[in-house]
Design a protein. Structure first.
Length: 129
């Protein structure tokens, strides 16, 4: 789709809502670049075979992740360490999982997926932080 007023040499941009737009097939969210990367992987923690959706950023079985992104989906982080789920909380109608990289100590959080292991999330909520 070519945006009104754009020329063929300019990037195509589509405004989805106030916080989300698409530019050259990259989703731009709240000034962060999100790149949908659809990848299957084998969990480095539990060995589960995961079919990626393009939004899959952790193992739905054990909830471990890998420190591979600077911005979600870009695969630009050099660390590559395992991201251990260290805690979880409830935010509105969703669960949020908190991570810490076992290699460099980086911390982040992500919204839990609908297929994530609920027992493991509950255990993280009840775990002292």
């Amino acid at each position: 789709m070519l945006v009104q007023g754009a020329t063929p040499n300019q990037p195509e941009t589509e405004q989805i809502d106030n916080n989300l737009k698409v530019k050259n097939n990259e989703i731009i969210m709240a000034n962060l670049k999100f790149k949908r990367t659809k990848e299957n992987f084998i969990c480095a923690s539990c060995g589960a075979k995961i079919i990626g959706t393009g939004y899959t950023d952790h193992c739905p079985n054990c909830l471990y992740s890998k420190h591979v992104d600077v911005f979600p989906g870009d695969r630009q982080a050099k660390c590559g360490g395992l991201m251990q789920p260290i805690s979880a909380t409830i935010k509105g109608q969703s669960y949020v999982i908190f991570y810490q990289c076992q290699k460099c100590g980086y911390q982040s959080s992500v919204k839990a997926g609908k297929d994530d292991n609920l027992e493991t999330i509950i255990a993280l909520i009840n775990k002292p932080f």
